[in-house]
Design a protein around this ligand. Structure first.
Ligand code: FAD
Length: 430
């Protein structure tokens, strides 16, 4: 069987749904095909959802959407096997309308977001796995969904997430390399809401996001996280797939160790495991950018590798790229021309947004840190050692203590290396 619609979106994650919502509102006949039993069923995210970008899709969503807690505090931890050095920022401003960010459970958030697209007129078909693209005269004209048959459209939005099979089948992306992806294990742990309020010292409805480096990933490039939800905690950790393979580290063992860290374990005590999952995050960024459009198709969200691992942003890249792809389609629709040339306006829109500029800005960050493993291994240990020495009151005259600390830091951190890498950082990252 072969049916026809104006636009097909593959994947009902934040990117695909944002595209569908934008198109449906403009009166376009759009069908979203999702392999999961419902939108969000297969999705894994920490997850922190950002208020401002989300309002670009659904103004005032925070008044009615299923959100967990308003994030009022961000903590960064540098962990050694035993110790923790922290830096945190908290403001009541983030706990008041219009807020800054929320913890969400993807199964609930994705479903709600998809309902907004449906209410605007999009059709969301679940339990449909797209297996291939349909081609005609060298252009993409639809998708093949196994037993469910073929669906033909003017244009296909590829929103199937990390390591996109369809972007590869479209000839737009190559297979992602292990050094371009992080593998993250995540658990959802249940705790009574009042217990979360107490342990994280927050008022009801407000929450904390913690990112932890160093021993949180066994010293590998990546980070561990804890996000407070209403009655659960999201905890996870992960690292580049290439390092997990090279060092033969199992990501669920990494998570077990992170959970047992003396600075983390008391936060989790007595919490009951609700769900375990593991997922890839595309981290190739600017360097692994696929071709973003071709005759009859556009790539959005994780499928395009639109993630900023440095600032833990992915959902916003997904939603805004979905919106910009939809706006490109709306312009193309005026002349009925869905050629690569017409769809190239997508690139211009991405360049004018934060998406391509941010990816370009951080293009050297992962390679820089990856080439200097001591930054996440020796530096936390040396700093923890120095801080412990500084805080230990032991009747040593302070002048002598400071000299000792500086000597130790010099020995462990090698000032010449720090200077060389500091200059390299200015050159490569600035
Ligand atoms: P996805 O959300 O992956 O959606 C793709 C959809 O396509 C899925 O529903 C999938 O089932 C469907 N699909 C795939 N293949 C097919 C097919 N062949 N046919 C039909 N359907 C298909 N981002 C943040 O902003 N904040 C965070 O705190 C955060 N934390 C994260 C923590 C973890 C552990 C991970 C893994 C990611 C995190 N991210 C976070 C990133 C964020 O989850 C992604 O950037 C975002 O989900 C990308 O949205 P998407 O719609 O492009 O892809």
């Amino acid at each position: 069987s072969q049916e026809r619609v104006e636009v097909i979106v593959v994947g009902a994650g934040p990117a695909g749904v944002a595209a569908a919502l934008t198109l449906a509102r403009a009166g376009v006949e759009v069908v979203v095909l999702e392999r999961g039993a419902y939108p969000g069923a297969k999705n894994v995210m920490g997850g922190i959802l950002y208020r401002q970008p989300t309002e670009e899709l659904v103004p005032g969503f925070w008044r009615e959407a299923p959100l967990e807690r308003a994030i009022v505090e961000q903590r960064y931890l540098l962990l050694t096997d035993e110790d923790a050095i922290g830096l945190s920022y908290r403001t009541p401003v983030f706990g008041q309308p219009p807020y800054n960010a929320f913890s969400v459970l993807r199964a609930e958030w994705d479903r709600w977001f998809a309902q907004q697209a449906e209410a605007a007129g999009a059709l969301i078909a679940t339990e449909v796995t797209v297996e291939d693209l349909l081609w005609e005269d060298g252009r993409i004209v639809g998708v093949r969904a196994g037993e469910q048959g073929d669906l033909v459209a003017d244009v296909v939005v590829i929103a199937d997430g990390a390591n996109s099979l369809l972007a590869q089948k479209a000839g737009l992306a190559r297979d992602a390399r292990p050094e371009e992806q992080a593998l993250v294990a995540k658990e959802l742990l249940r705790l009574p809401a009042e217990e979360i309020d107490r342990r994280f010292a927050v008022p009801p409805g407000q929450g904390v996001a913690i990112e932890a480096f160093g021993a949180a990933t066994g010293g590998l490039l990546g980070y561990g996280f804890i996000y407070t939800n209403r009655e659960t905690l999201s905890i996870g950790t992960g690292a580049l797939l290439s390092d997990l393979i090279a060092y033969e580290v199992n990501v669920s063992d990494l998570l077990e160790r992170f959970k047992q860290h003396p600075a983390i374990a008391p936060l989790l005590e007595g919490a009951e495991l609700v769900e375990y999952s593991a997922h890839l995050i595309p981290e190739g960024g600017w360097r692994a950018l696929p071709t973003l459009f071709t005759d009859g198709a556009l790539v959005v969200g994780d499928a395009a590798g639109f993630v900023n691992p440095l600032s833990r942003e992915g959902s916003n890249f997904a939603m805004i790229s979905g919106k910009l792809a939809a706006e490109t389609i709306l312009e193309a629709r005026q002349t009925g021309d869905y050629s690569a040339l017409a769809l190239s306006r997508y690139w211009e829109k991405l360049e004018a947004s934060f998406i391509l500029p941010d990816l370009e800005l951080i293009r050297n960050v992962t390679p820089f840190f990856h080439a200097r493993p001591y930054l996440l291994q020796d530096v936390p240990a040396a700093l923890a050692h120095a801080v412990r020495h500084y805080l230990t009151v032991d009747s040593t005259p302070k002048a002598r203590k400071y000299r000792e600390i500086l000597r130790e830091l010099g020995r462990e951190l090698r000032p010449a290396r720090l200077l060389r890498d500091g200059l390299a950082a200015l050159r490569e990252l600035a």
